[in-house]
Design a protein around this ligand. Sequence first.
Ligand SMILES: Nc1ncnc2c1ncn2[C@@H]1O[C@H](COP(=O)(O)OP(=O)(O)OP(=O)(O)O)[C@@H](O)[C@H]1O
Ligand SMILES: [Mg+2]
Length: 254
Amino acid sequence: MASELTTPEGTPAHAGALAVRVRGLVKEFGSRRVLDGLDLTVRHGEFVALLGRSGSGKSTLLRILCGLDRDVVGQSTVDGTVSVAFQQPRLLDWRTVWRNVVLGLKVDDPRATARRALAEVQLADRADAWPRTLSGGEAQRVSLARALVREPDLLLLDEPFAALDALTRLAMHRLVGRLWARHTPAVLLVTHDVDEALALADRILVMDAGRIIAEHVLTAPRPRRLAELAPLRTDVLADLGVNDSDDGDDSEAA
Ligand SMILES: Nc1ncnc2c1ncn2[C@@H]1O[C@H](COP(=O)(O)OP(=O)(O)OP(=O)(O)O)[C@@H](O)[C@H]1O
Ligand SMILES: [Mg+2]
């Protein structure tokens, strides 16, 4: 993977170029084909949300993009460095928060580097805490700090907020939006939450049976009013096989 330069302002020197290029990707587990000739591109600095039913192959794709699974057919290229945050924060219980953040990172002053990253997720005061003493949302913020401290060109997020309560999730959306605007990595966010995708993404992709079956480009400025995006929300839900007029209203069913 080639390393990429960034300007001091954090604007990618390669804006417009591709951070991810996937063509004809096929992944089989035994006789089961999970990715079936998938094509995908993500531009540097672009925020892409990936939705799809359970089992449609989203996590499999992310594992391939971050190099955890190389047993594939087809082309999968990432231009630059990659960080991942999973649904579970996956912190090491026997290391303090700040040591988790800089785990494996070679820098002159790891503690100061970790504190700066923790300050970005409003957790500087928990640097010396043990992971078990954190709330779910705090642990997830540590996981984000750990991903961002590596200043990745590509940030892969696999349902990182799914386990959080609704209010914490909204706060996390705002935080991720701010961090993305500041650091400008390309982001590929896997989520089941259509509103999360509408709030954050430049582009929404819907995956089914191992391929991208729909693409929606969002041009509305941020922060977004979700009410104004209701027609798009309906379209995305339809791509997912959900008819949102079914939502809890049985009055027309008779
Ligand atoms: N290591 C594995 N061995 C065998 N089958 C696997 C393996 N990993 C994933 N699969 C299968 O591949 C399919 C896609 O799995 P994947 O985890 O990519 O789905 P997903 O879209 O992330 O689903 P979810 O939304 O539930 O997280 C599933 O049917 C799963 O059972
Ligand atoms: Mg998954």
